[in-house]
Every structure is written in structure tokens, then in C-alpha cells.
Design a protein around this ligand. Structure first.
Ligand SMILES: [Cu+2]
Length: 256
């Protein structure tokens, strides 16, 4: 037997022994794979480079203390955060919700409506640090594309409240006067409707310029809704002037 053949046999013997030990090894209960709870996975996931983060917003009325963001595209798990406006820029946060990687349609975010401003900012933040816990200021920073924060402003109006008891008041313009009594006191939210009964044209022009009917021929109507408490003097541009001069009147808006 040559040394070479001996070596080959020796290798076969080793393989056979290996197989044998594999076969005769005592069977033990299989060890289940370690299950890591989702919340315990460290948030080291890198953003998917194939996805460009972005969002689409829509002006809306606040419903059930929530706003809806039509579309949010995230490259990594994150937060859709709603900021209120402070001097035209995103200010404090009034609500946030988790978003998944990819497109999230119609994302509903519960917000603190008592602090909501007319303009709100929808902003995409990452979910780093402790996953599922919003940490900002902290690890959950805004997402940027280039140098730009992924953010868009939108208008959110408060839901309409109960209608005022008397929502509309008419003032007849007659004989070059604004009604029998030129001073009218109304509740906030009331709409005043002026109607010109004269053959002569008139105008309803606010002293502060906040509203102006322009020329009103006979039978013409002009309306304005007063929402804020205060005094609102007005005049006819043809027959009066600001400061109660000539043909003029005053609307006093007072909470009742
Ligand atoms: Cu007039």
C-alpha cells in the first residue's frame, strides 16, 4: 500500500467517522430561535436610500380633535409631527403619530386643539433613541432631504361652533341715514346686512378700511360679518366721512 493510498483511505475514514457521529448524536430538544420584541430592537435602521421622504398636506377643518395628512412617505420608521405656527415658523408640537417605511396614506394625528393655530406644520421626524417614544428635543430629529426639512404648512380651521342666536341683522339705509338709530349693538359672529332704500346711491365704508361696499344703488345690499368684539365706525363715502362726519354709523360688537 502506497503512502498516497493510505492517505486517501485515512481521509475517507475521517469522513465516515464524521457522518457516524452526526447520525448517532443524541437528539436534544431543538432550541427555539431567540425572539426579540419589536420594541427592544435598537433603532439603528438606516434610511432606505431608494425612498425620498416627502409629504402632501391639505387645508381642512379640524375633526374629532384630529387633522389628516393625505400622504407621508418615510425612508425609515418615524413620526409625523404637527407643529403650531410661531411667527410664521414651526413652533411647539401639538401632536404626533408613528409612520412606517414607504407611503402612509391619510395619516390621522390627534392634536391639542386648544393650542392649534390657523396654520399648522406637518413635519417628518425620525424615530431614533427609544423606538415608539417621541423624543424631541432629543434623538427624534426632523428628517431632511439635502438641507431642507421635510415639512409643509396647511390651514386647519376649528370646527364651527353653535350658531349665534341672532346671526343676521338688517340695517335699512333711508333718507341719508343708516337705520333709525345709527348705532347698532350686536353679538360677535353677527352678519349685518345693509340695504339701500334711497334713490340716491350710498356706500358702507369702514373708517379703518376693513370693509367697503363700493357704490350701492337703490335696492342694493351689502353684508359684513363681525367676529371680534369692538367698535366699528363707518360712513357713506358720498355723504359723510370717517370719525362720525355727516352720513355715518357705528357697529358695536359686544359678547353677551
Ligand atoms: Cu350716502
Amino acid at each position: 500500500m502506497s503512502r498516497h493510498l493510505f492517505f486517501v483511505l485515512f481521509v475517507f475514514a475521517l469522513i465516515a467517522a464524521g457522518c457516524a457521529t452526526g447520525v448517532v448524536a443524541p437528539t436534544s430538544t431543538p432550541v427555539p430561535p431567540t425572539v426579540v420584541p419589536a420594541t427592544a430592537i435598537p433603532a439603528t435602521s438606516a434610511p432606505n436610500p431608494a425612498i425620498t421622504p416627502g409629504l402632501t398636506v391639505a387645508d381642512q377643518e379640524i375633526k374629532e380633535a384630529s387633522v389628516t395628512i393625505p400622504s407621508v412617505i418615510a425612508a425609515e420608521p418615524g413620526w409625523l409631527v404637527v407643529h403650531i405656527a410661531a411667527e410664521g415658523k414651526p413652533g411647539p408640537v401639538v401632536g404626533q403619530t408613528l409612520v412606517k417605511v414607504g407611503e402612509n396614506a391619510n395619516v390621522v394625528v390627534a392634536i391639542d386643539t386648544s393650542r392649534a393655530t390657523e396654520t399648522l406644520f406637518a413635519m417628518l421626524h425620525v424615530d431614533q433613541g427609544q423606538v415608539g417614544v417621541y423624543e424631541f428635543p432629543g434623538s427624534d430629529a426632523p428628517v431632511k432631504v439635502g438641507d431642507a426639512i421635510v415639512m409643509k404648512p396647511f390651514k386647519a380651521t376649528q370646527p364651527a361652533t353653535a350658531a349665534p342666536t341672532q346671526s343676521q341683522v338688517q340695517v335699512l339705509i333711508k333718507s341719508f341715514k343708516f337705520g333709525a338709530n345709527s348705532t347698532l349693538t350686536i353679538a360677535p359672529g353677527t352678519t349685518v346686512v345693509w340695504r339701500n332704500e334711497d334713490k340716491a346711491p350710498h356706500t358702507v365704508t369702514a373708517d379703518d378700511g376693513s370693509y367697503d361696499s363700493g357704490n350701492m344703488g337703490q335696492g342694493a345690499e351689502f353684508s359684513h360679518t363681525f367676529t371680534q368684539a369692538g367698535e366699528y365706525p363707518y360712513y357713506c363715502a358720498y355723504h359723510g366721512g370717517p370719525g362720525g362726519t355727516g352720513m355715518s354709523g357705528k357697529v358695536i360688537v359686544k359678547a353677551q
